[in-house]
Design a protein around this ligand. Structure first.
Ligand code: DGY
Length: 322
């Protein structure tokens, strides 16, 4: 029986802000409490933590060990977002807590934004727009950009989002190769096991791999050196995948041609040195940020919870690495 039809609704804790429409539906379907409404969340959890069997959270804020420990009756977490690098598996897995997330529904919008960043940084779209607003066009010409069509695209991680990026690249007549933990069956793109070799080959290197300890600083100083002064880097994954200090240095010293970045190591902090550079496009982690996709993610957060309570299993469970 659905939670909404039972006389006693399941007690759910909400951690962090969510879409208003999602909050409203959660409050309708469940006995929802927002931790953000508490002046002293720790004291509240100390007294009431044992009441909650469900937790709604987000990939952006995550769920740390202390929060899981403060909820001794917790059976399910439903997280808004595909990434699970901020969800603490060391606490949820041993306790058998089901953890759901929202993959697939955001693939297209994230891939679209990867292309927006690639086109912007190579063609200098944002920089040229600033040029017009400064009235510099009245006295000069905007600098030439770099062609994207027909170039070599290296994708770091050919998962669901990586494949959506590759599909778009076909329309731009680009040659596509990828690196990752293993070769992907049934795709027409070349597999390059060495990320450094992929970077050396590529005109554009796009990062689409999951975040977390396994991929931390995968794009190292050596990879950036291999990309070289004509190569562009785009990141729509997680800031932690790139050695950000090495990236800032490479951009400032023009040892790579440019970068389009939607994510950073310490969001919302963006390295100050990047602010003045015209060879960088900086975005505030908006890859999945469209009305359509965010609504689809919200729907999946609800579906995961209802599926868990009604059928005993999540629609989309987090695939913790083995
Ligand atoms: C995701 O879904 O993981 C987005 O990057 C938001 O954090």
């Amino acid at each position: 029986m659905s939670a909404s039809l039972t006389s006693t609704k399941h007690r759910i804790l909400q951690h962090g802000p969510l879409l208003p429409s999602l909050e409203a539906q959660l409050a309708h379907d469940f006995d929802l409490h927002r931790l953000t409404d508490e002046a002293d969340p720790q004291a509240y959890l100390h007294t009431h933590g044992g009441e909650f069997i469900g937790l709604v959270a987000s990939a952006a804020i995550g769920v740390d060990a202390a929060l899981v420990d403060a909820l001794p009756a917790l059976r399910v977490i439903s997280s808004f977002g595909v990434g699970f690098d901020k969800l603490d598996a060391s606490r949820t897995v041993p306790r058998g807590i089901a953890v759901g997330h929202t993959p697939d529904v955001l693939n297209d919008c994230v891939a679209d934004l990867a292309f927006a960043l690639m086109l912007d940084v190579a063609r200098g779209v944002s920089a040229a727009e600033r040029f017009v607003r400064r009235s510099d066009w009245l006295t000069g010409r905007a600098p030439l950009g770099t062609r994207v069509s027909g170039k070599r695209l290296g994708i770091v991680g050919l998962g669901r989002i990586g494949r959506a990026i590759a599909k778009r690249a076909v329309g731009f007549d680009m040659e596509v190769a990828y690196s990752g933990r293993s070769q992907v069956d049934g795709v027409p793109y070349a597999f390059e096991p060495s990320l450094t070799a992929l970077a050396e080959w590529a005109d554009f290197l796009v990062v689409a791999v999951a975040g977390g300890v396994a991929t931390r600083h995968l794009v190292s100083r050596d990879v950036l050196t291999a990309l070289g002064p004509k190569g562009f880097l785009v990141n729509v994954a997680r800031g932690t995948v790139i050695d950000e200090a090495a990236l800032v240095e490479a951009l400032v010293q023009r040892r790579i041609a440019g970068a389009g970045l939607d994510v950073f190591e310490n969001e919302p902090q963006v390295p100050q040195a990047l602010m003045a550079l015209d060879n960088v496009v900086l975005l505030p982690h908006i890859a999945s940020g469209t009305h359509e996709t965010r609504q689809a993610m919200a729907d999946l957060v609800l579906t995961n919870l209802h599926s868990f309570f009604d059928k005993g299993r999540l629609q989309c469970a987090v695939p913790w690495p083995l």
